[in-house]
Structure formats: structure tokens, C-alpha cells
Design a protein around this ligand. Structure first.
Ligand code: SAM
Length: 274
């Protein structure tokens, strides 16, 4: 592989573009990271400079190169039942949510859902805790900026090592075991897959067209790379789709310093809409 240099003026172009498109602010120190992580991609594309790659990136109207760039400099890491304390909290919150419902209808948004573990965990959780789960009208909206992770999420098939640590009872009710060329995989059962609507959606630049309210919003480990003004605006939008009393879940390393008048910290990075 040819090692391609990233000049300061080239890095400045990426920095501005990425900030405008995804709200990620790259500090000067990130120049080495961009160079290191993107060199392979430039080689794959047969490009000999970062300036040429910049032109390629900005002219790709599909958004796929942008998603690839974001994946290269950030992370899609996720897992089933991630942030254990939040699921514990949800166990105690669920009876109140159920009691508040006149219609048996639940709507949840998993924003930045990566390869689907988060929205599917929500369904597994509800299936486990609602004895009349099948009689509920439950829909999860699951969105991400990356087409690659979304196609994995839609397929809903996971390696055994990512599934087998879960309780047997949950695995039995939620997955079908399938033999693939790559070994044993677990595929989310169709009665759960059909409750999730996966959509490509950029939280920073796509228009905010949501009119319906959600019973809860999960946006965990997504805004870690956003700067304060971007995070502020994304959170403000979430508050417009959350009815009073509803929870917003962030990642355990994330906390809010703003929106004190509309969101109250309940603990474990769970905020309640006031
Ligand atoms: C680390 S994963 C978190 C997945 C899951 N929420 C969790 O906590 O396990 C972050 C995800 O956010 C997505 N993401 C990053 N910036 C985004 C943006 N501007 N709009 C939508 N999704 C974004 C990434 O593509 C990635 O899949």
C-alpha cells in the first residue's frame, strides 16, 4: 500500500466539510487519525492525493462515501443489552408507561441504531416483560447515517459470539439459528424484525420532519463526536417529539450541560422530558 500524505490545507477541507455535514468537529490532533484510517480507502479507489479524495467525497451524491468516512473516523460499536443499568431502570418504569396507555400502542425511536442491536434489544426487552406482548401495537423507528450498518440491521443476522451470552429464554423467543458459510448465525425472528422501520437519516443535516410523538428516544453513543452547538440542536429536536414525562436515553459517558428547563437527569444518563 502506498502511504499518502495529508497536507494541513487538505485536512482543513475535510474538517470543514465533516463539520457541516455531520456535526463532527475534528481537532488538529485528528489529522494523523484521518490520514491513517483513510489511506487504505484512497488506495482502494486508486487516488494519489487527499485533495483528489476530497473531490470524490463531496461529489458522491449517494452519501455512501460520507458514511464510510464517518465510520472510518468514528465507531459503529454496539451490542445487545448495552448499558445494563438503563435496562434495569426501564424495568421499573415500564408499569407506569403501560398504565398510562389508553390504546395499546408504543412508539420508540432508536437514533444512531448502528447494526440493529439496540432496536432489537428494545423489542426483546418488551417481549420479555409484557405478558401480552403480541396484543400491543409496537413500532420502533431505527435510523442511522450509514447504509452499511443499516443493511446489516435489516438482515438482522448476528454471529453466535454476540448472542450466546444472553439468557437462553430470550434467545429462544427472539432468534432463529441459521447455518451460514461463516458458521452458526442467529437471525432475529421475523415477528420482531417486522416491528422495526429502518431508515437512513442524518441527525445533523436531514430535515426534521417527525410529527408524531415517541414514548422514548434512544440516542446512545452517537453524539460523542459532535460539538456543543450541534449536540444542543439535536437534543432540542428530540424534546419536540417527547411528551412530558418520557425518557431520553444517552450513552453512559454522555451528559447534558444544557436543556435544564426541558430535561431532568434521572440517573445512568437517562433524562426525563419536563
Ligand atoms: C457507536 S454507534 C452507537 C450504536 C448504539 N446507539 C449503541 O449505543 O450501541 C454510533 C452510531 O451513530 C451513527 N451516527 C454518527 N453520526 C450520525 C449522524 N450525524 N446521524 C445519524 N447517525 C449517526 C454511526 O453511524 C453509528 O452507527
Amino acid at each position: 500500500m502506498v502511504e499518502i500524505e495529508l497536507k494541513p490545507e487538505e485536512f482543513a477541507l475535510f474538517r470543514r466539510y465533516i463539520y457541516e455535514k455531520v456535526g463532527i468537529s475534528l481537532s488538529d490532533q485528528k489529522s494523523t487519525l484521518v490520514k491513517g484510517r483513510l489511506n487504505k480507502r484512497l488506495n482502494q479507489l486508486g487516488l494519489d492525493s487527499f485533495r483528489a479524495y476530497y473531490d470524490y467525497l463531496v461529489h458522491d451524491m449517494s452519501g455512501e462515501e460520507l458514511a464510510l468516512f464517518v465510520s472510518a473516523i468514528s465507531t459503529n460499536v454496539t451490542s445487545f443489552f448495552r448499558e445494563g443499568a438503563q435496562w434495569k431502570w426501564l424495568e421499573s418504569y415500564l408499569p407506569a408507561l403501560i398504565a398510562s396507555k389508553r390504546e395499546k400502542k408504543i412508539r420508540i425511536w432508536s437514533a444512531g441504531c448502528s447494526s440493529g442491536e439496540e432496536p432489537y434489544t428494545i423489542l426483546m426487552f418488551l417481549q420479555h416483560h409484557l405478558s401480552d406482548f403480541e396484543s400491543w401495537d409496537i413500532k420502533i423507528l431505527a435510523t442511522d447515517i450509514s447504509p452499511k450498518v443499516l443493511s446489516h440491521a435489516i438482515e438482522g443476522s448476528y454471529e453466535a459470539k454476540n448472542v450466546e451470552a444472553m439468557p437462553r429464554e430470550i434467545i429462544g423467543k427472539s432468534f432463529e439459528k441459521v447455518r451460514t458459510e461463516k458458521g452458526i448465525h442467529y437471525r432475529i425472528a421475523s415477528h420482531l424484525r417486522e416491528k422495526v422501520m429502518f431508515r437512513l437519516y442524518n441527525l445533523v443535516t436531514d430535515p426534521f420532519f417527525f410529527k408524531n410523538q415517541f414514548d422514548m428516544v434512544f440516542c446512545r453513543n452517537v453524539m460523542i463526536y459532535f460539538d456543543d452547538p450541534t449536540r444542543h440542536e439535536v437534543i432540542r429536536r428530540f424534546t419536540t417529539v417527547l411528551p412530558k414525562g418520557s425518557p431520553l436515553f444517552l450513552g453512559s459517558s454522555e451528559s447534558l450541560t444544557s436543556h435544564r428547563d426541558t430535561l431532568k437527569l434521572l440517573g445512568s444518563s437517562i433524562y426525563q422530558r419536563l
